[in-house]
Design a protein around this ligand. Structure first.
Ligand SMILES: [Zn+2]
Length: 415
């Protein structure tokens, strides 16, 4: 199973926008960019919306059938671990194995010795083609790498073997994620992490490191874009070397868990992958939900009333809604719109406050982040919500398509 050179993780919290998402993927294909769609939904989202992994499989299969899409597609068990993987085994064929929780945990002495004895061949200066400054690999640095990442690599192996034992080695795509942590991994760290994964015999096809800067959900990158670009390019060169050096799958590529809407770095990512002819997996997370809210707002009437009520409720329950996402959002409470303001908004005021158009003076990134995590409130009124989505499906679908194609795919792939 191979996700191809370019693949895109598309999120869809309520499972109604598969066809509009495929429309964006098809539009890209017409412009010469072949993207493999990967539907992803994390265990956290399933728990909050009360859905199951089978629902995502059904949505993907139905959308594929309805549109006659005839290329490979996948269903991603996003950010699973040993405890949560079980319920995803049958319905998923792409697994994002999240071992961030094991970073810094102690590995067995045997494993530590094995790693250090192999890694010591790299002590001194390690020169990677294309990276100007060689890595300075000291015995001390290798000890630190081992203390930090070796147990996480072992756990990735345990989870991989669990999936392979049930499905068969070749029946799924393996992604390893270590992005949901406080500290970014440097390119040299990535080199040794890939070495550890190869020692666990994991045929890793995509890897999601944590990059420098903030990747908050649904808003733009916070950090120095040029610094990000240098790090991203070095990571790509490290991966090329690691494929040769450790016998990893030739299709191994970076996965960017973008948290969506990283407009200021999308063109940089696009330029670098084209320059090095490398692949990419890019997750755009769950802004499909935000497009649904925008689509309902511009549909006016009942639909606008519903999203206004939901927004006012979200203001009241801000702490509770933000808690599961505290590491990936930054909301300034004082910048959130007041209840009375929301009540008086026109449909366009609402849409312009929420829609991520940086130059629009009404755009409010704090409001956007709050609504991004407020999907639980729609899940609590699910029948009403789904019925509004269905009544206004044309307007909503247009928002979903336009957002994915014009703001995301075009931003990265430069159409
Ligand atoms: Zn992630």
């Amino acid at each position: 199973m191979n996700p191809g050179k370019y693949s895109m993780g598309i999120g869809d919290r309520f499972g109604h926008q598969g066809i509009s998402q495929l429309r964006a993927i098809n539009e890209a294909e017409e412009k010469g960019i072949i993207l493999t769609p990967v539907w992803n939904k994390s265990n956290r989202e399933h728990l909050i919306t009360g859905t199951s992994p089978e629902d995502v499989r059904k949505e993907a299969d139905d959308a594929i059938r309805a549109t006659g899409f005839n290329r490979p597609y996948f269903v991603d068990a996003d950010h699973i671990n040993l405890d949560s993987v079980g319920r995803f085994i049958t319905s998923s064929d792409y697994f994002t194995i999240d071992v961030a929780a094991f970073i810094g945990k102690k590995a067995s002495d045997d494993r530590v010795n094995d790693f250090l004895s192999k890694a010591k061949n790299y002590t001194g200066t390690l020169k990677i083609d294309g990276i100007r400054a060689p890595f300075n690999v000291t015995p001390d640095y290798l000890e630190r790498m081992s203390a930090k990442y070796l147990q996480a690599a072992f756990m990735a192996g345990e989870i991989f073997r669990r999936i392979a034992g049930s499905k068969g080695q070749k029946e799924f795509v393996s992604e390893i994620s270590i992005d949901e942590v406080a500290e970014a991994q440097q390119p040299s760290d990535l080199f040794f992490i890939l070495m550890m994964l190869s020692m666990e015999k994991i045929p890793v096809q995509t890897i999601a490191p944590k990059f420098s800067g903030r990747f908050n959900k649904g808003v733009d990158y916070a950090g120095d874009p040029q610094k990000f670009a240098a790090e991203f390019e070095s990571d790509i060169l490290v991966i090329k070397r690691a494929i040769d050096e450790f016998g990893l799958p030739p299709e191994l590529k970076l996965s960017v868990h973008s948290g969506s809407d990283k407009f200021s770095i999308y063109p940089l990512i696009g330029n670098i992958i084209r320059k090095h002819n490398s692949g990419i997996h890019i997750k755009t997370a769950g802004t499909t939900w935000l497009e649904e809210v925008i689509g309902l707002a511009i549909s006016e009437g009942e639909a606008l009333r519903f999203v206004k009520e939901l927004s006012i409720e979200a203001l009241k329950r801000e702490e509770e809604l933000c808690a599961p996402y505290k590491d990936v959002i930054d909301i300034s409470k004082e910048k959130l719109p007041a209840e009375d303001l929301i009540k008086n908004w026109s449909s366009q005021d609402f849409a312009n406050s929420l829609r991520h158009i940086p130059g629009n003076r009404r755009y409010n990134p704090d409001f956007r982040q709050l609504i991004h995590v407020a999907y639980k409130l729609a899940a609590l009124r699910i029948e009403e919500y789904i019925s509004l989505l269905e009544i206004n499906s044309e307007t909503v679908g247009e928002c979903v398509y336009e957002n994915l194609y014009k703001r995301h795919i075009s931003g990265i792939f430069g159409m």
